[in-house]
Ligand binder design. Structure first.
Ligand code: 5GP
Length: 140
C-alpha cells in the first residue's frame, strides 16, 4: 500500500486540520482521539510517514515509543486509571482506518469495557477537559 499524503493524520501534522494536541517533539506528535474508546483515549504518531508498522523505518520506533510511554504515564495518572491498553492496527482487515502509523493509548478502569472502535464522536468540551488534565500530568 502506498502512503497517501492526504490522510487525516498527515493533514494534522501539516496543521491543515486541528487536533487537541498533548505533546510534540522533533519526531512525534500526541493528540486526543475524537472517537474515544475510553476516557482519555489518545494517539501518538511519528512525523516520518508510513502507512503502518510494517512499512515504517525502524528508526522511528525509539522516539515513537518513548513518547507513547511519556503520554501513557500522564494519561493513566490524569484519568486516575488502573491500567493502560496500548493498541496499534495494520491494514483494514486488522481494523485500521487511518493509514499513517499511530499508537492508541487507552487508560483503563477496573470493570469498564472499551467502547466501539471508531464509534461515536465525543463532545469537544469533554475531549478538551481530558486533554487539559493529561497536559497537566505531562508537566509533572
Ligand atoms: P485506526 O482505526 O486507524 O487504528 O485508528 C484511527 C483512530 O483515529 C480512531 O480511533 C479514530 O477515532 C481516530 N480519528 C479518526 N479521525 C480523526 C480525526 O480527524 N481527528 C482525531 N483526533 N482522531 C481521529
Amino acid at each position: 500500500m502506498t502512503y497517501d499524503t492526504n490522510n487525516i493524520f498527515a493533514k494534522i501534522l501539516r496543521g491543515e486540520i486541528p487536533c487537541e494536541k498533548l505533546y510534540e517533539d522533533e519526531h512525534t506528535l500526541a493528540f486526543m482521539d475524537i472517537m474515544p474508546q475510553a476516557e482519555g483515549h489518545c494517539l501518538v504518531i511519528p512525523k516520518k510517514p508510513s502507512t503502518g508498522l510494517l512499512d515504517a523505518d525502524p528508526i522511528v520506533f525509539a522516539s515513537l515509543f518513548s513518547t507513547v510511554q511519556k503520554v501513557a504515564r500522564a494519561a493513566k495518572a490524569a484519568m486516575q486509571a488502573d491500567g493502560v491498553t496500548v493498541m496499534q492496527f495494520n491494514g483494514a482487515a486488522a481494523g485500521q482506518t487511518v493509514f499513517h502509523l499511530h499508537v492508541h493509548i487507552l487508560p483503563r478502569k477496573d470493570g469498564i469495557a472499551l467502547k466501539a472502535h471508531s464509534g461515536q464522536m465525543e463532545k469537544s468540551e469533554i475531549i478538551k477537559a481530558n486533554a487539559e488534565k493529561i497536559r497537566a500530568a505531562l508537566t509533572i
